[in-house]
Design a protein around this ligand. Structure first.
Ligand code: SAH
Length: 234
């Protein structure tokens, strides 16, 4: 029996958790004990009376940098409490962009330790010394790693067995087969003069599947040609 998938978040804003992860699909699964969330306040490892975790950047310049020594204490504490083989990731705009493939691999593992940066970021030495991988959620800059950690956790948790409730919908959604998903429709049958595509009302499952596949391919080629070459390899 493997133990539960566990996310351990290292942050100076522990009150941001569970936040949105306490609601809807992820929140219900959390309450049902299908995954676990640990939150470690990096400030608990500060050594001065102001509980400071940051200092001015070496070499000068704007902003503050999170200290390596304090962050390392928090990381080591998180690792001591995590299952063996749990990866430690630093959410960072410089990291490798998160993909559904990576999300799938992470959700199949024991969990993740997620280091949330603030200020200008974190002292490089702790990332090197603790061999921490950087992961980005997109080419834009957030003010902290917490929202990025929540994005990563949400994406992983919905893939855990028994969480989404409808595993076949997971198999068909965007990126699952290297394609964007086909469009959806529901009642009313006609709305503002727009009809549901006739084929979807035909009851002909083979034609419906063909239509959906064609739409998924069309949308992917149109919107994300960068995904298209990958399609045949999945
Ligand atoms: N000075 C840094 C940005 C710091 S933003 C730079 O130019 O690269 C502050 C923190 O927000 C970062 O330490 C990181 O943890 C988080 N963050 C910002 N953008 C992010 C993104 N796109 N993906 C993941 N984390 C991000």
């Amino acid at each position: 029996m493997s133990s539960l998938w566990r996310a351990t978040v290292l942050t100076i804003f522990p009150e941001m958790f569970p936040g949105p992860l306490g609601l809807s699909l992820a929140g219900k699964a959390l309450a049902d004990g299908k995954w676990q969330l640990g939150v470690i306040d990096i400030r608990d490892f500060a050594t001065d009376k102001h509980r400071s975790v940051d200092d001015t950047p070496a070499g000068g310049g704007a902003g503050m940098v999170m200290r390596a020594d304090i962050a390392a204490l928090a990381i080591d504490a998180a690792r001591a409490g995590a299952d063996q083989g749990t990866p430690t990731l630093y959410l960072s705009p410089r990291g490798r962009p998160l993909t559904q493939q990576r999300v799938r691999a992470l959700s199949a593992g024991p969990g993740a330790i997620l280091l949330c940066g603030r200020f200008e970021g974190i002292d490089q030495r702790v990332l090197d010394a603790r061999d921490i991988e950087e992961v980005s959620i997109g080419d834009y800059v957030l003010s902290g790693g917490e929202l990025a950690a929540q994005v990563l956790i949400d994406a992983c948790v919905r893939l855990l067995p028994g969480v989404a409730g409808n595993e076949t919908s997971l198999a068909e959604e965007s990126f699952a087969a290297g394609l964007l998903e086909y469009p959806h429709y529901t009642r009313p049958r006609e709305w503002e003069g727009r009809a549901i595509p006739e084929v979807l009302l035909s009851g002909d499952h083979k034609r419906i599947a063909e239509w959906r596949r064609a739409e998924a391919e069309r949308l992917t080629q149109e919107r994300r040609p960068d995904l298209w070459p990958r399609k045949s390899k999945t």
